[in-house]
Design a protein around this ligand. Structure first.
Ligand code: HSE
Length: 335
């Protein structure tokens, strides 16, 4: 028996790379690689989930699916109970690689829930990003992926007085990220479990200075990225859990002079290259001998350096973050 279909919503959410070296749990970048989710409420309490693409064979197809959990949390935050849902996902962000697949699912669930609660209107195509960000950060527990996923571009996120905050900033148009995605996975939970309770004062002071430099480098001085991406708070502690990624990042930095970091909790390696040929679009043109540049040849040289088993992908920065629109993917059917 088919049900009358409630009005649904289509949500598009970008991949994200967090930390960017010294910006642990604070800095993030949105990338032009998108998950799509489409959701409608049902009149009963059934949860129906269809998934295409990344994670299709692994993620649950019931109420424990992360998009549905985020919807449930959002309904509860508004004093409502989530009824049954129909969810269709087209996933492109690889799972367990440090590219923000969880943040993408959470932001999709929160955004969809707000629309279906009548708190946001698809017609305008706009959404209250601050509210989505706060609800999503509460669910994720750290804000550095959800912030760029919601706002796009480059973000600084923090928590103060029990509240989440984010500042979106425009990244330099010269920035040209390349992601090096391995076959292996590492869960964020496992990677966070490798961190020590405390670090030496010198490591904290060093990293604070580089994080400040990193904000300047990403927003206008990408020629400083090699120095600006050195971290002493997390990457070395996690290296043993992703030795191939740690080795690739080190070789790219030390032998090729490229600002390579571990993306989020890993094991993807992110190269924050910059493209001097784009300098005419930049208010801060590159100085002579600009290091860390990326062009087609260098993407090939990264590919060569990485060798087999890595997917090397030059990628542009997503400027806009989460986007809502009318449904377009519907295929859920009654069994
Ligand atoms: N800042 C987080 C971490 C990002 O490194 O654990 C996880 O996606």
């Amino acid at each position: 028996m088919s049900q009358p279909r409630p009005a649904g919503v289509h949500v598009r959410t970008p991949a994200t790379s967090a930390n960017l070296g010294p910006g642990f749990d604070a800095l993030g970048l949105a990338l032009e690689l998108y998950d799509e989710a489409e959701v409608a409420l049902r009149d009963d309490d059934r949860v129906m989930v269809e998934i295409d693409g990344e994670g299709a064979d692994e993620v649950p197809r019931d109420g424990s699916h992360l998009v549905v959990r985020a919807m449930r949390s959002t309904f509860e935050a508004m004093g409502k109970q989530l009824p049954g849902v129909e969810l269709r996902c087209r996933n492109r962000i690889p799972h367990g690689r440090g590219l923000g697949s969880s943040a993408s699912a959470i932001v999709a669930g929160v955004s969809a829930a707000l629309v279906l609660l009548g708190q946001e209107s698809v017609g305008s195509g706009r959404i209250d990003r601050d509210r989505v960000f706060r609800l999503a950060a509460d669910i994720e527990g750290h804000p550095d992926n959800v912030a760029p996923c919601v706002y796009g571009g480059f973000t600084i996120a923090w928590r103060e007085a029990e509240a989440w905050h984010a500042l979106p900033l425009a990244p330099s148009p010269r920035l040209r990220p390349v992601v090096c995605i391995p076959e292996e996975r590492l869960s964020t939970e496992q990677a966070r479990g490798l961190l020590p309770d405390s670090v030496p004062h010198g490591a904290a002071a060093f990293t604070a200075g580089r994080a400040a430099l990193l904000v300047a480098a990403v927003t206008g001085h990408p020629e400083l990225l090699l120095d600006a991406t050195v971290d002493r708070l997390h990457e070395a502690y996690r290296g043993p859990a992703m030795p191939a990624s740690a080795a690739l990042a080190r070789e790219l930095r030390e032998q090729d002079g490229l600002p390579a970091v571990i993306s989020g909790a890993g094991p993807t390696v992110l190269v924050l290259g910059n493209a001097p040929e784009l300098a005419e679009r930049d208010e801060n043109p590159p100085p002579e001998g600009d290091p860390g540049r990326i062009n087609g040849d260098q993407a090939d040289s990264i590919r060569e350096r990485a060798g087999k088993g890595w997917h090397i992908r030059p990628i542009t920065i997503d400027p806009a973050g989460v986007r809502i629109s009318s449904p377009r993917l519907w295929t859920c059917v009654e069994e």
